[in-house]
Every structure is written in C-alpha cells, then in structure tokens.
Design a protein. Sequence first.
Length: 560
Amino acid sequence: MKVIPEGKYVAYPKIDLPDRKWVNNSITKAPIWCSVDLRDGNQALITPMDLDKKLKLFKLLVKIGFKQIEVGFPSASKTEFNFLRKLIENNLIPDDVTVQVLVQAREHLINRTFEALQGAKRAIVHLYNSTSVAQRKIVFQKDKNEIIDLALYGVDLIKAHAEKIKHESEIILEYSPESFTGTELEFAKNICNAVIDRWEVNINRNIIINLPATVEMATPNIYADQIEWMSRNLHHREFVKISAHTHNDRGTAIAASELSLLAGADRIEGTLLGNGERTGNVDILTVALNLTTQGIESNLDFSDVNQVLEIVEYVTEIDTHVRHPYVGKLVYTAFSGSHQDAINKGLAYQQSKNDPFWEVPYLPIDPNDVGRSYEDIIRINSQSGKGGVAYILENRFGYELPKTMHPEIGKLVQAKSDQQEQELSANDILELFESNYINQSNKHILFVSFKRKQVETGVRCKLEFNYLNKNYVVTENGNGILNACKKAIATVYPNNFEIVSFHEHSRGGGGSEAQAVAYIQIQTDKFERIYGVGVDTDTTGASIKAIFSTLNRAFKDLYK
Ligand code: KIV
Ligand code: ZN
C-alpha cells in the first residue's frame, strides 16, 4: 500500500458556532431555484453545447418551472453572446423568467456583458472573484484589500451600467466570493458586506450573495455552519438573498444544499442531474424531488423525468447512472424476492385504500408522479421470488394466479433464470407460463369437446378427448361439471387424481373479447399437488381444459 505522507491532508477546521440553530430547523418551503446548466454545466462539457442544444435546454428549464436561469458567460465566448442575443431578440424569455449572466470584475468584460443584455427586461448580473487563501496566495498574489477592491471595482462598473439602462432593464446584482469554502469566514463576510454596502441595497434594490462550495472540502454540516454564520453576519440581511452553490467533490452536494436551507439559504443554484465541473454541481432534480417526498411543493415540475433525462443526456452527451436518484433506469426496479413481495403487497394495499398517503415499501416516491410506470418496478432474475413473477403475470398480462400456485411458478422461473444466467423479461415469463400451463407440447391426453346438460342429480357431461392418440367419447353425471368430467376421464385414464382447488377469473377485454381463465390444482396418489390452467371463451370450457393441462403436467414423466 502506498503510504500518504503525514500532513499531506489535514482536517477542515470546525466552525465556531456553538449556538448553531440549523440543527433544529426543518425545511418547510422550496427555495428560489436557479439553474446553472447553461453556464457551470456547459463549461464542464467535453463538447460544449451549440446554439440549438442551448435553446433546447433553455426551453426545458422554462417548462420545468425555473424562474432564474444562468444562460452563460456572454463576454467570454461568441456562442454565449449570440445565445443571449437570440433569447432577447426572439422574445424567448418569458416575463416571469429572469436570465442570469456571469462576469468577472474587468471593464471590457462587463461592457460586453451589458452589450449582450441590451433589450432584456430584467437580468441578474453575477459578479465573481476568487477569495480563497490558496487563490490569493498562489494564483493572484494579491492581499485581502486588493481582492476586496477588485470586487468593488466590478460593483461600480455594473452599478454605472445599470443606472444607464434603468428605464429599460432591471439589473439585479449577484456576488460570489468564488472558492468560498476555501476562504476564511471573516474575510468572506468582509468582502460580501463591502459589496452589499457599495450596491446600496434597500427594499427596491436587493442583492444575491452566492456562497459557493466551489470545491466541496468538508462534511455538509460544516457548510451549514458557514451559511448560518454568514446569514447572521451579513449587513441588511432582509435585503439579501443568500444563495447556496454546491459542488459534489465529496459526494455530498445534495446534503450540503439541503442543510444550507436549514441554515438560512434562500436560494439554490445547481444543474439537472448534477452536470458540472469535476464531480458536478448539486443535482436540483434530486433536491426538488426530495422536497416532494416530504410533502413540500417544490415549484418545479418533474412529472416527466424521462423527458428530462433524454434532453439532458442529449445536450451534455453524458449518460446517467442507472441508479441515479429518481431517474435512473433501475430505480423503480426490485430484483430481490423479498423486496418484490413487499412492493407487490404495498401496491395492492395502496390501490385498495381510500387515502392518498403513500405507503409502499421500498419505493420512496410513486413512480407515476415522475412519469415512470409500475411496469418496470419488478424485474426477474435468479434472486427473485414468487411474488415478483405473480405480479408481472397479473399486472402485465392479466393472469391472476391463486396464491398457492405462486411457489410452483416461482420455481419454474427461478430454474429458467439460473439456466440462462440472466434476467428474464416480462415476455420471457409469459412465455414460460403459457408453454408450461396452456400450450403444452407432448400432451398424452387431449381435450377435444364437451356438451353439458343439467339433470336432476346435477350435471351430465358428454366429453370427447384423445388419450395416447385414440379418441374417446364418454358421458358421465356428476354433482358439478368438474366432477362429471373427472369421472368421464377416469373411465379411460389409469392415473388417480383428486381435484383439490379451483379458481377462475375473466381476463382482458371486459366485453366480448374477454376470456375465462381457470386454475385447477390436483393431488396425485403420490401426494403431489400440481396446477394446470385452462383458457377459453367460457368458464366451463376453461375449467375442463385446466383439468387436462393439470394431467399433462402431473403425469408427463410416465409418458416420455
Ligand atoms: O463554483 C463556483 O464557485 C462557481 C462560481 C462562478 C459561482 O461556479
Ligand atoms: Zn460552480
């Protein structure tokens, strides 16, 4: 094992906030959401989006319900400049949506940004400069005052531009001390307060202070402490919207964003499915649906996650993990038998009760609420149990197998899946069921036709069948049709059996196309119990066919 030199990595210091309040808070409402897919997300792509892709994504973001959308860094690239112009000139920005643009504190960049913004009714100009210890020391070689001066220089330029166009465009300032999580809190407070004061905030002139975990460096509780500390120490807090912007370097961006809401953040910046630099930005879809599952209106519409997935994958050229929360291909799927059984029971219970409270084990959200279906919930492999098989046959194909038949079909499916060493599809399961129970090959005894007549003692059945390639027509009376048929068969058939259970239902159509399905379980004199299934246009036909199916299954080894 490679030994990491001592002192190479050191623990992130604790925040001095002994009376922290966030630990006792709960999230009760949705934050203001800001999508940074078109900027932070885009800048992290191997192939940045072209104009068409940007437009497709912008339309999706609007459809989902984002009211603040960072559309790019227009002074940094021609494509981003042109994209913003296209949005403005073609009137593509809905009245209730505010576009946001990123810029550094440099005169020519700010001038160009305002050129790009010409004609916009409202815009957030997002000014940032790096404030962390490492950036000040290594990258900029500037002291703290010089860093503050740089930020204020940017504020002054933006203020002057905003003043000039105030009758056509409302300009909101957002300031980010970039690399906030690598910055001393005291210094972050000082620079943010200097910006707040210079912007001269008031009731009509708010500001967004965005506190980025540009690099996620500590556990999410630390970020929450930092947000609460800043929230307590910023000037004119009532006119300041605190924005959390988390990256996912330690894999806890979701948690950090959620804890930041407990700590007083008003706003969340992030991307769909978490695209972004390195390990990505926080995934807004997950944060929003986490709120949904707590009964909180998220104000974002994720009722069709498949569409989100399709568009995001198309524009980013990045595949989504099959286990990605809420959207992954396998997240509404159970492989293990006990999970399948519990889901099966939970879904039936949910349907049968009269209140909407979601109580299905293993499914934290109703797949229907995000445009996914129950169909793909249960998949079958050799780990699966009987419950999953029965669920598929019932919910996909309308066969309502009696409970005592579940172990029998479960074994057949398990054997097949072991043999194939792979998952079985729903159609594989249907095929296995029908070929074993309904359309059996190598039948030694075949049903041909029947006639029934009501008689005083019960039912008379004239049964025609074929046994070992010879046709028989036998008439017998019985107290019911099954009994009469059994007697008729027994006049020729040498193997003893008793009918021990019978179950039937109609399947499909509801009208003339509906079929009757009958399930009959017999016991042989070897004390084996075995099921057979019959399908016909009428119930009696289905029942008689089920007896023949059972015999062909129970005694097949005698006729090989
Ligand atoms: O991660 C970051 O720090 C950023 C800033 C520009 C806000 O994206
Ligand atoms: Zn970022």
